[in-house]
Design a protein around this ligand. Structure first.
Ligand SMILES: C=C(O[C@@H]1C=C(C(=O)O)C=C[C@H]1O)C(=O)O
Length: 409
């Protein structure tokens, strides 16, 4: 754990109600912004009061929770707001693979939040004046292959299908990466504002260089209540209304996609069941229509038995079969073997947690890892016995377009 220079421990935290701050993203000063926003509500943050660098390995979520509790328990908190996300908050990103380095929790120095029509400001230590630097366009973007070319990735999908047909596993999610190089440094705020405007249904997020707009809520924890939105099963948007509706109906009727979705819902039911006194899982999925794709979606709600942190729920749930596969352990082996890359934060949990243990965590999809003028874009899809490599490649490309749009407008 590291406390920022110039700050004393214990941290001195103050949350106060403020007038409507307008568009939250426009208030971000520029360097290393943090964000979690949906439909104009959520949290933006900047600066760094403390950082927990999480070592890889089993038990990493519990380890991170304990280090964070040490910081939060000692803090002097003056909180007039008393809402989920008021008082000290940590933003976090965990790698998909427990054995990969790069998981982190950061307690920002300044947080601006809006929830249910109220807005508040949380500051740690002395209030700093953070001038908002103008947003700059990154200029032309040049793309390149990541670890695998498109044909190599199709080949990996075909191999996954063979492993599934041989009975080794029922489902595996395979992903690929693309590289992007801009003419100038990439301003995360530009990506966030484009994503939030175009994908208001999704959670626009930014944490430690991982930026995206995910439709998939891993878990929202408020008091005793938890919510999750399970996604799996995807089709493209149509060329017109009739085509759009027909594609949605075909997705809903597709046995392959319904089975793929059922795997994801089952993995969530199995992990949340033991934690909940009550768990509601609808019998049938809904259709979630996004600007680029349509998904089968199941909203799950539950009431927790014990007062546990959202990080404990994340620990139990990750990786769901929406991004890993069924059975999980075999799917992880196949992913490591066939993808030829480290997913880093892609498909890992990303979100925030407060000192009460409330928080919101998504699965980091439709995202890119940004570093200066470079980006690594990721997307994938669930592979079943009936998957067609060319169709899977097209689906991954449709998903990757989210971040291409964020970069290019
Ligand atoms: C793996 C991704 O998305 C996941 C896979 C889906 C699918 O295969 O149908 C749908 C939603 C997500 O759970 C991605 O966006 O990269």
């Amino acid at each position: 754990m590291r406390v920022a220079p110039g700050l004393t421990r214990p941290l001195v935290v103050r949350s106060t109600l403020v007038g409507d701050p307008g568009d939250l993203i426009s208030r971000l000063p520029g360097t290393a912004p943090y964000a979690w926003i949906r439909r104009g509500e959520g949290l933006v943050a900047w600066g760094e009061a403390a950082r927990v660098t999480v070592p890889p390995g089993p038990g990493r979520f519990e380890w991170a929770r304990d280090r964070l509790s040490e910081i939060f328990d000692q803090a002097h908190v003056d909180d007039d707001v008393r809402a989920p996300g008021s008082g000290p908050v940590a933003f976090g990103s965990f790698t998909f693979d427990p054995d990969s380095p790069g998981s982190v929790l950061v307690v920002p120095r300044t947080i601006l939040a809006r929830r249910g029509g109220r807005a508040w400001l949380t500051t740690i230590g002395e209030e700093l004046l953070d001038p908002v630097a103008p947003i700059r366009d990154p200029g032309r973007i040049r793309y390149g292959d990541g670890s695998l070319t498109a044909p190599e990735w199709e080949h990996a999908v075909a191999q996954a299908v063979r492993r599934i047909r041989s009975g080794r596993l029922a489902k595996v999610v395979l992903a690929r990466d693309l590289t992007a190089v801009a003419e100038r440094p990439i301003d995360v705020r530009l990506l966030l504002s484009r994503l939030a405007a175009r994908f208001p249904e999704c959670y626009a997020f930014s944490c430690a260089g991982l930026v995206g707009a995910t439709p998939e809520l891993l878990v929202r924890h408020t008091g005793e209540t938890i919510e999750s939105l399970v996604l799996a099963g995807t089709t493209a948007r149509g060329t017109g209304t009739a085509d759009d509706v027909a594609r949605g109906a075909a997705l809903f009727a597709s046995e392959k996609d319904r089975q793929e979705h059922a795997c994801a819902v089952e993995s969530v039911r199995e992990t949340l069941g033991p934690l909940c006194a009550e768990l509601k899982v609808p019998e049938e999925p809904e259709l979630l229509v996004l600007p680029n794709v349509q998904h089968l979606a199941t909203p799950v709600t539950g009431r927790l038995t014990a007062g546990i942190s959202v990080l404990d729920v994340v620990a139990a749930m990750h990786p769901t079969a929406a991004v890993g596969g069924t059975p999980t352990r075999t799917a992880l082996e196949v992913i490591r073997e066939l993808e030829g890359m480290d997913r880093a934060g892609y498909a890992g949990p990303v979100g925030w947690v407060d000192a009460r243990g409330d928080g919101e965590w998504g699965i980091a999809l439709r995202c890119a890892q940004i570093s200066g003028s470079r980006a690594r874009l990721f997307a994938g899809g669930g592979i079943m016995a009936g998957s067609d490599p060319a169709a899977e490649l097209a689906e991954a490309q449709a998903k990757i377009r989210v971040m291409q749009y964020a970069l290019e407008g």
